[in-house]
Design a protein around this ligand. Structure first.
Ligand code: FES
Length: 103
């Protein structure tokens, strides 16, 4: 059973863009891609950069520091120099709000 945390209104996540937010003490990045919301850890696995300051193109987030990329759907690295996945979190939308399973 997943434990859902109410993170934010859906409208807080900009369309086809990324936003950083602290939810339950975690630094997270939320993405809206083609009407669907995704969530990952915000700190790059390569260095101390916040992905919310990067560039989202399709389902890929580009890190602002060395331009490594991750797939926001599963956190998998898609472009060097990143080799380690970032954690991604299950998302549920209910009543216009974004819920995340953070455990
Ligand atoms: Fe993200 Fe280097 S810190 S690619």
């Amino acid at each position: 059973v997943l434990n859902w945390t109410d993170a934010a209104p859906v409208d807080d996540v900009p369309t086809d863009d990324v936003i950083g937010m602290i939810v339950a003490g975690k630094d997270l990045a939320l993405y809206s891609v083609e009407g669907e919301i995704f969530a990952t850890d915000n700190i790059c696995t390569h260095g101390h950069a916040r992905l919310c300051e990067g560039f989202l193109e399709g389902h890929e987030i580009e890190c602002p520091l060395h331009q490594g990329k991750f797939d926001v759907r599963n956190g998998k690295p898609t472009c060097a120099p990143v080799t380690e996945a970032i954690r991604s979190y299950p998302v549920r939308i209910e009543g216009g709000r974004v819920f995340l399973a953070l455990d």
